[in-house]
Design a protein around this ligand. Structure first.
Ligand code: NAD
Length: 474
């Protein structure tokens, strides 16, 4: 079985100590990754620190041109990297799967390459002129999760590099190889040291966060890890962008024509088997519409082939890892024991992979674990309501606030309800419809800081004011 290297200062580093990466559809090992230690973290940060001044000194045009070369590399290697995503993460090649993830990687590289942060004159009169310049922050530590491993890494590293920072990236220990390979390929068009990788578990992530020369951490993952990162960045005072989980509510307004919107709602809840930060994770439906909504979603669930994502026609894959698989099973069993009605799915499929069917649950409410906790899986609790105000109150009755959605035929009414949802983004008649130009980030325990678009570029820069006194005219 081949061992894959991490990259420091443009060089591939192989180690004797390695760890296996497994295919969640089969349980088979698909390769092993070299394991970094604390010294490698220090070497990677030192390489990034050394490379940063000359990278920042390049013109915007030079960096933009290099970013476009990165996009070309990603496009040329789409099939190779998509295969790694499917084998490591589980999402199928087809449908909204790994080819789709690679297209997103290309788009989320091209868009920051097209954006600028020009100097702003923020005040001027006869006596003075004050300009706001945007400077790179320095060395960025990027810590990625396993659900959209390459796309989320791209979200973290591309804006940072575009604006003159350098990066040390640590992928999730569950989905390491595809990311190591992506960075190896990107390094063929970057100066050494601009983008480095280290690999391993939470301890390697923690070493990166604590390192004295790391100036900012971009993190995507769980709320509990985010709290540890806040704690362990207290000495270096690294700036933080924290994209944590969510428990997004979707509200269908009374009398909505749901058939025309059902497929968008289905994928809004079940893209990547629900293992997506901003999936619809709770569905609030007026009591008169409840049965029709259950019918249309159950019908769609029955039409979606699930299996090994390397096979043709498969659009739903396995759960990525055992921990997540057990958590989903536990939440569904808890709901069933409290009287939940199972409309479809409801227990594991068995076999060697972590396959869990699309599951729709009724007779559940706020206060039940399956509604209050983020399931991060293919299970949707459907909660009946009588009054829209009641649905809004229940939607907001959560510690997180990443996304939310309102579904209705009257867009003004939907917009009014959307304005009352406590979340970083509220979509209307779509859910999770992120875009590289549109800022994305959570409130409450979903974290802080935004990614994407101009706001995302600002988040990886520091403001510097140049304040000029004008000569006195005599
Ligand atoms: P996780 O927090 O366990 O791991 C995320 C990354 O952090 C991994 O690379 C891991 O090795 C690293 N890590 C673990 N301990 C660390 C420490 N002490 N210091 C530094 N790094 C450490 O999360 P996960 O299991 O990979 O992802 C699932 C969770 O993440 C879900 O709850 C999901 O909602 C959330 N998530 C959020 C978003 C978002 O954009 N908001 C996206 C994906 C996942």
């Amino acid at each position: 079985m081949k061992t894959y290297a991490f990259t420091i200062n443009g060089k591939s580093i192989s180690t004797e100590k390695t760890f296996d990466v497994k295919n969640p559809a089969t349980g088979d090992s698909i390769g092993s990754a070299s394991m970094s230690n604390k010294n490698h973290v220090s070497q990677a940060v030192a390489a990034a620190k050394a490379a940063q001044p000359s990278w920042a000194a390049k013109s915007d045009e030079e960096r933009k041109s290099t970013m476009n070369k990165v996009a070309d590399i990603l496009a040329e290697n789409t099939a190779y990297l998509a295969k790694w995503i499917t084998e490591e993460q589980g999402k199928p090649m087809a449908g909204p799967g790994s080819m789709f993830e690679m297209q997103a990687c290309v788009g989320w590289t091209q868009v920051p390459a097209s954006l600028d942060l020009p100097v702003e004159v923020i005040f001027e009169d006869d006596t003075r002129k004050d300009e706001l310049h945007r400077k790179p922050i320095g060395v960025i530590g990027a810590i990625a999760p396993w659900n959209w491993p390459l796309m989320i890494a791209i979200w973290q590293i591309i804006p940072a590099i575009r604006t003159g920072n350098t990066v040390v990236l640590k992928p999730s220990e569950y989905t390491t190889i595809g990311t190591l390979e992506m960075v190896r390929l990107i390094n063929t068009v970057l100066p050494p040291g601009v983008l480095n990788t280290v690999s391993g578990g939470g301890d390697i992530g923690a070493s990166l966060v604590e390192h004295k020369d790391v100036d900012k951490i971009m993190f995507t993952g769980s709320v509990s890890t985010a709290r540890k990162i806040i704690e362990s960045s207290k000495d270096n005072m690294a700036r933080l962008t924290l994209e944590c989980g969510g428990n997004d509510a979707a509200i269908i307004l009374p009398g909505t024509d749901i058939k025309s919107k059902a497929e968008d709602l289905f994928w809004g809840a079940f893209i990547n088997m629900g293992q997506t930060c901003a999936c619809a994770k709770r569905l609030y439906v007026h009591e008169n519409d409840h049965d029709a909504v259950v019918d249309v979603l159950s019908e769609l669930a029955s039409q979606m082939p699930m299996g090994n994502g390397m096979e043709d026609g498969i659009v739903l894959g396995p759960i990525q890892n055992k921990m997540q698989f057990d958590k989903i099973n536990d939440l569904v069993e808890d709901a069933k024991s409290k009287g939940a009605k199972v409309f479809c799915g409801g227990s594991p499929l068995g076999g060697s992979g972590y396959f869990y069917p699309i599951t729709l649950l009724g007779n559940v409410d706020n206060g039940h674990r399956i509604v209050d906790e983020e399931q991060f899986g293919p299970v949707l609790p459907i909660i009946k309501y009588k009054l829209v105000e009641e649905a809004i109150q229940k939607a907001n009755d959560t510690k997180t606030g990443l996304g939310g959605s309102v579904w209705g035929d009257d867009l003004d009414q939907a917009a009014e309800v959307a304005s009352k949802i406590q979340a970083g983004t509220v979509w209307i008649n779509q859910h999770g419809a992120i875009h590289p130009m549109v800022p994305f980030g959570g409130i409450k325990e979903s974290g802080y800081g935004v990614e994407f678009g101009i706001e995302g570029l600002k988040a990886v820069t520091r403001p510097q004011v140049i304040s000029i006194k004008k000569p006195v005219l005599v």
